[in-house]
Design a protein. Sequence first.
Length: 100
Amino acid sequence: MDIPQLSFPHGFDEKIASEAEQKGYCGQVTVRLQSGRQYSVCFYDPVTLSQNLKIVEEGGGVCVGEPGLVVVPSVMLHSMQEAAKQLFQEGYFDHLIARQ
């Protein structure tokens, strides 16, 4: 089975983990599959996503969108890993374009 691995541009230490959970957002994450394919994703928690949408709407916008947007209950490493695993099992990455 192809187990997804997460990679972060600046690693993922306790400080980054704490900041991601507090902000409710972790961007520029790479999901690497054993096949060698890599996908860019970002993680939001529902509260932060809702707040960002409200800010966008107040500015006249109508949506929040990022490539590979994944919403998790809490932006914690375990939640992000489990989400990547579930999405892989559901075929989510089959619908994305792999990074070069």
